[in-house]
Design a protein around this ligand. Structure first.
Ligand code: NIG
Ligand code: FE
Length: 412
């Protein structure tokens, strides 16, 4: 129990069918701990002053003093507010034309090489202006919230010029997100080469971006940046105090995992092309493997080797990769379903991977990702008799209500 400040507003979520939360108090969870979940039948959650005051069984809840607002949880299960640790939600426009071309056989990398793909979103994002971009992000943020995401990371990377990159990072913080500087996402059309662009961003954008962002990210791939360029970029980012993240092994194994381990990066994300050597290396390291099955599904690509990673002892997290080109999907419940149906994870592993472990990617696992006393009162109520519906109800109308910081922010 924590002591709520005197007079703090209290909310009792009562008569829940179940409450489910990753077991224990540590982070990250790996190996068999990833699959350990505490389930309370006939439960309540008591929130006070934006934090969880206590959780437990209804039958152990005795008269509460003072003013307490109540929310009826009958027929519902409570899980921690979901944490989306990898999104590109700060974009303008869409790529529905490209989607349609891809459905007729055009390749994602081929469209990118022809100046479409990421660069078409760069054009739309630059053209939107700071206010247009904020409005687009607010809209995307609303979609994520209604899918149960109470904490989200979002990357820049669709500006690639100084003004739009910094505007993106400011818009993300102002929308309550965790900003990541993805200056090294693609080479913009005005640059003569990747090297020239990188040197420019390191001197002209990174110093200010590092004041706004918590992490830096780079796309290591043919047609984007190679390991030498990524090492230079991430080295400078680390010098300025940013956590390091990499998009790696999406299409080819290009050395991103080895670089992530060498630099002590926070995470290496995607891994659809990762082979046995990469799995073994991650199994021996603390770099978090962020898996994005909605992106693999959306592009018709192989799924990342999630089961092998977990069994090798690697730390994994799940995220949507929400973006207009490779994963137009804001739903972590759908990702949890894909984790169980495509990645051979169990419902408890999927839950931990998009709550406590995702919070660990964002360095917030001490207050996000669990339903326990002292944690932030971020709670998702799902319309289900059993918490495993999170992954069982494929694409269903699952989320009944979202509580963020002790306030009900959305109800179906
Ligand atoms: O994580 N692969 C690089 N970046 C994004 C996609 C960006 C886009 O297609 O707009 C990703 O898949
Ligand atoms: Fe991504």
């Amino acid at each position: 129990m924590t002591d709520a400040p005197a007079g703090a507003r209290r909310l009792l979520i009562r008569d829940l069918e179940q409450l489910a939360t990753p077991a224990g108090g540590g982070a990250p969870l790996r190996g068999h701990e990833l699959g350990a979940v505490d389930v309370v039948e006939g439960a309540y959650v008591l929130c006070a002053g934006g934090r969880i005051e206590s959780v437990g069984r209804m039958r152990d809840l005795h008269g509460l003093d003072g003013d307490v607002e109540e929310l009826d949880g009958e027929g519902l299960c409570a899980i921690p507010g979901l944490v989306d640790c990898h999104t590109h939600a700060c974009f303008a426009g869409d790529r529905v034309e490209e989607f349609s071309l891809r459905s007729a056989g055009a390749g994602y990398e081929e469209l990118h090489a022809a100046g479409g793909g990421i660069l078409s979103t760069v054009r739309a994002t630059r053209a939107a202006g700071a206010e247009g971009l904020r409005a687009a992000l607010r809209r995307h943020r609303g979609w994520m919230l209604r899918a149960g995401t109470t904490t989200f990371e979002a990357k820049s990377g669709y500006g690639l010029d100084r003004e739009t990159e910094l505007a993106s990072l400011r818009a993300i913080s102002d929308a309550g997100g965790v900003p990541t500087y993805l200056g090294a996402h693609a080479v913009p059309p005005e640059a003569d080469s990747a090297d020239e662009y990188l040197e420019w961003l390191l001197s002209e954008v990174l110093p200010e971006a590092a004041e706004l962002a918590e992490a830096a990210d780079v796309f290591v791939e043919r047609g984007a940046f190679d390991v030498t360029q990524a090492r230079r970029y991430l080295g400078e980012a680390r010098r300025r105090g940013l956590a390091l993240r990499l998009h790696a092994d999406q299409f080819t194994e290009a050395g991103g995992i080895e670089l992530a381990i060498e630099l002590g990066a926070r995470s290496v994300d995607h891994l659809e092309a990762t082979g046995d050597g990469g799995v073994r290396a991650l199994g021996r390291s603390d770099v978090i493997a962020v898996l994005l099955p909605a992106s693999a599904l959306f592009l018709g690509r192989p799924m990342p080797p999630a089961r092998l990673l977990v069994d090798a002892g690697a730390v994994i997290a799940l995220a949507t990769d929400f973006n207009p080109g490779s994963a137009f999907c804001e739903s972590l419940p759908l990702v949890a379903s894909l984790a169980c149906t495509q990645l051979r994870l169990g419902p408890a592993e999927a839950l931990a991977a998009c709550t406590v472990n995702a919070a660990h990617v964002l360095d917030r696992a001490d207050r996000k990702g669990r339903l326990a006393a002292g944690y932030d009162a971020d709670v998702v109520l799902i319309d289900a008799p059993d918490w495993r519906y999170l992954s069982y109800h494929l694409g269903g109308e699952l989320v009944a209500a979202v509580i963020q910081g002790g306030d009900e922010v959305w109800r179906r």
